[in-house]
Every structure is written in C-alpha cells, then in structure tokens.
Design a protein around this ligand. Structure first.
Ligand SMILES: *Cc1c(COP(=O)(O)O)cnc(C)c1O
Length: 486
C-alpha cells in the first residue's frame, strides 16, 4: 500500500516510511492511496481478536512486513490485555428509540485507556522496522493525558527509541500524570509544559515543521497523526459490529443463522478529542463495514459539534471538564476527513487549514456540510449530564463508567434513529483513571487494577519546559546527548 499526504505535495510513502515519518513533509497527514475492502464478514465471525486484526490490517502493511512477522507482532500486542476478548462488548440496555445499546470496553490494556489498543501495536512495529533498518528514532508527542502513558508503556526500554512526552501542566489527572512520571526507563522523558493540550500539540507540530531539527534527531510521532494508530483502531469497529449483530448465542440455531444473514447496520457513538478514534470508524465504513451513523460525542469543548451542525469551525478557548482527554479545540484528524470530502484535493485542504490557523475560524461550503451530515451526528454533553449517566448506569447495571465513556453513553441514550439499529458506545478509559469524577458521581473511588495499586507510592520524575519551540528543541537535544553518553 502507498500512502498520500492530505496536503498533496509530499512524496508518497510505503507503510514503514509513513510509520516512521508520522507527519508528512508538507504538514499533512498520511492516508492510504485507496480503501481496501474488508474480508467477508461472515468469515471473520467467531475468530479471535488478533486473527481478525491481522485480516483487517494486512492490506495496509502488505509489502513492507512479512505475513508471519505481522501475525506474531499482532499476537504479542494483545497478549497482555486484561480481557481475553481484548475489547469486550457489554449490553447496556436500550436507547431512547428502543434500540439495543452496547458498551465497547477499550480500556483493558496496560495503561487503562483505549490508546493502548493502537500503541501496543505501534511500539512493536517501530521496533521491527528500526531493527530491520538499523536506525534509531526520537518520539516527540503531545498528550492530553492518555497518549503519554500508553506511548511510554509501548516503547519503554526499547533500545532504538527515545521518547519525550509533553503534557499540559496541571491539566491531566493525578493518575494520568503518575503513569507517565513514575516509569523508570532511561529512554523515557515526561515533560510538563505551561499551557494547554493545544499548546503542546502546536509545539510538536512546530518541531516536525523544523526540518533541520527533524532530521538531526530522527523525529517520530505516536500521536494520532500517525496513520498506524488509526489503522489499529479500525479493528475494534469490525469486532464490535460482529458481536452486536451476532444472535447465535440466543440458543435457537436456525433463528441465529437467520438474523445473522440479515445483519444490518450498527451506529457507533464515540467520545471524541483529536478525532482519531471516530476517524477509524469512518475508515471501517469505507472498507465496507455496515455502519449507519457515526456520532461525535464532545464534552463542553464542543467545537466539533458546532462544526458538524453549522459547517463553521471556530476556536473558543478550552474549558477544563471532568473528561480532560477531550479538552481539545483543534482536532488533527479532522484533516483526514476533510481531505476525503474535498475529493482528495490536497491544495483545498492546505488552504482550509491555513485559513483556520490565520483566523481561528473557517467555514465549509453547504454541499460539503451535507456530505458530512450524511454520515455523522454530533452532540455535546456537560459534566452534570455525564455524572448523571454514571449514576444511572451504575444503578441499572452495577457497571462503573469513566467520565469520557459517560459522555458517549449519554449521547447514545438520547439518540433517536431506528429501533432496529443497535448502538455501540465506545468506553475509552477505565474508571480508576478518573477517580475524582467517579467519586463525585457515585461516592466511592474505583480501585486500580493490581499492576497499578502502588502507583501513588512510586517516585515521580518530572521535567519542565517553557512553551516555546526553542526550549523544546534544546531539551530534546540534551536528553539525547545524555542518553548517548557511555
Ligand atoms: C484520547 C482519548 C479520547 C479522544 O480520542 P480521539 O481519538 O483523540 O478523538 C477520548 N477518551 C479518552 C479516555 C482518551 O484517552
């Protein structure tokens, strides 16, 4: 598979090069040259997560990684998940329209957020490609909380990788921060920035834009600007679809076979920040997965809801909420969707992004908005409504939702639509990652899983950096220097 940039002027790359590059040289994001078709869904039904993962992702990596190596890497990536199903689907009642409602639990990886699903794979892919090429890489990434720890866990102690994570000081939860700052590994640096997540993301983009620096330190990306992350997330949409439309467990074999044959569409409701997760759902749909609606669920930082409602995108400043991983204004991955709805016109995307950068606001033509609205819905949920959903779901099912998942469930419950279309809400974090919000709603603190119970006893190592490109580049250089010293 070849990969093309959303801004149209960077060279096409193969999978391994797109993996290492992260951001394209023209500032765009990589997308596959075309959308391969999924294998026949009935052939995937009943197979393990890893087996389905290999089948779904194979066309994207074929030519760059041998099949047996890829199978082993995928198997390895998910072996450490706390659930044997990797991403289990749990029934949660019905929506306002009477449709079956499910929760897709994506938080059974080592750092308790959905980002592990992609990053456990991406870390191993980096390792494989770098070893093949006898190269090193320095990963620079911004985190709103969860990418940082998931990326650190995925690459800690890897010989050929250094990692520097920028997080907004005081704007991530204590659990999130400690998951980054207590890791003892000489290749890991967790760095606090005075600013917001968007500031951190801008610093990373600026560092990538400085081609001298980029080449000098062999910069690599693990933010969802990296195509491989989106790719890995396509898998669980397929797995969830198969589960939600599988009635073979109902007992009556003939009835099961009948409804399986008639399996229709499914709607997904996704707690959204950088738009990477929901973009993977959209990609699954391009590959042939029968998806009815994709619902963009935002907290009070509702730039995406306003955009999908009016076609006007306007920055209004970030307000802190109980779901901090979604406290984002500029969603990088929206660029990939724009590229597609603008018929892959890189020039038009570059102009749109430049106008947005310059003015902090930009509009799309009505015809483009119509295209988006044909597939996406969007809504915003405030902290009070999210807390109310944490309470009602706990009362009804004894399940404890984290505040991000609660935003998705709140919107999913409200959804109109058809009774016959099941709705899957994505649960993106384990409740123990956000104990304060859960305690405020339920009156108790959810317990951390066994491997993290001593998190608050571990020693933190935090570096600080000013919110300027010069300061970040100087820090990265000095980190690399000290690591290379014998
Ligand atoms: C990262 C994250 C999100 C947002 O996902 P995007 O892919 O950035 O849209 C939502 N919830 C949690 C818990 C996260 O960590």
């Amino acid at each position: 598979m070849k990969y093309v940039s959303t801004r149209g002027s960077a060279p096409e790359l193969g999978f391994a090069d797109a993996l290492l590059a992260g951001l394209a040289l023209d500032g765009g994001l990589y997308l596959p040259e075309f959308w391969p078709a999924l294998p026949a869904l009935e052939q995937l039904r009943g197979r393990s997560y890893s087996e389905i993962a290999v089948e779904v992702m194979w066309p994207f990596v074929q030519g760059d990684i041998p099949r047996d190596v890829f199978e082993r890497i995928v198997q390895d990536s998910y072996a450490g998940f706390a659930s044997e199903q990797v991403c289990p689907l749990v029934p949660l009642g019905t929506t306002a329209a009477g449709a079956d409602l499910y929760l897709l639990e994506l938080f059974h990886g080592p750092t308790l957020a959905f980002k592990d699903v992609a990053l456990q794979l991406v870390g191993r892919l980096f390792d494989y490609v770098l070893t093949q090429r006898d190269e090193r890489i320095c990963i620079l990434a911004a985190t709103s909380g969860d990418t940082g720890s998931a990326a650190i866990d995925a690459v800690r102690d890897r010989e050929r990788i250094d990692i520097c994570i920028l997080f907004p000081e005081g704007r991530v939860s204590d659990v999130q921060r400690r998951q980054m700052t207590t890791v003892v590994a000489s290749n890991v640096h967790a760095v606090a920035v005075e600013g917001t997540f968007d500031d951190c993301q801008d610093l990373v983009k600026a560092a990538f834009g400085d081609s001298t620096f980029r080449d000098e330190v062999h910069l690599g990306a693990v933010n969802s600007i990296n195509w491989a992350r989106v790719m890995a997330q396509i898998v669980y949409y397929v797995v969830a679809y198969l589960e939600a439309t599988d009635s073979s467990e109902a007992g009556d074999e003939s009835l099961g076979a009948k409804s399986v044959a008639q399996a229709g569409e499914v709607t997904f409701c996704v707690p959204t920040g950088n738009f990477g997760n929901i973009l993977a759902g959209w990609a699954a749909k391009q590959m042939g997965l029968p998806i009815d609606r994709l619902v963009v669920a935002s907290n009070r930082n509702d730039i995406l809801t306003r955009f999908f409602t009016t076609g006007h995108m306007e920055i209004q400043g970030v307000v802190p909420t109980s779901s901090p991983s979604m406290d984002i204004q500029v969603s990088s991955n929206l660029e990939r969707l724009l590229f597609e709805v603008l018929d892959r016109d890189g020039q038009a995307v570059a102009e749109f992004m430049a106008a947005f950068r310059a003015d902090g606001s930009v509009s799309i033509p009505a015809a483009i908005l119509d295209k988006l609205r044909a597939e996406f819905d969007a809504g915003s949920v405030d902290d009070e409504s999210a807390a109310a959903v944490i309470q009602s779901v706990h009362q009804r099912t004894a399940l404890v939702l984290d505040p991000h998942s609660a935003v998705a469930v709140a919107l999913a419950e409200r959804l109109g639509g058809e009774e016959s279309v099941p709705v899957v809400a994505l649960a993106t974090a384990h409740p123990a990652k956000f104990p304060d919000a859960v305690e405020a709603a339920l009156g108790f603190r959810p317990e951390l899983p066994a491997h993290l119970t001593d998190l608050f006893d571990r020693v933190e190592r935090i570096e600080h950096v000013q919110n300027t490109l010069e300061a970040v580049e100087a820090l990265v250089r000095s980190q690399l220097k000290s690591r290379q010293r014998p």
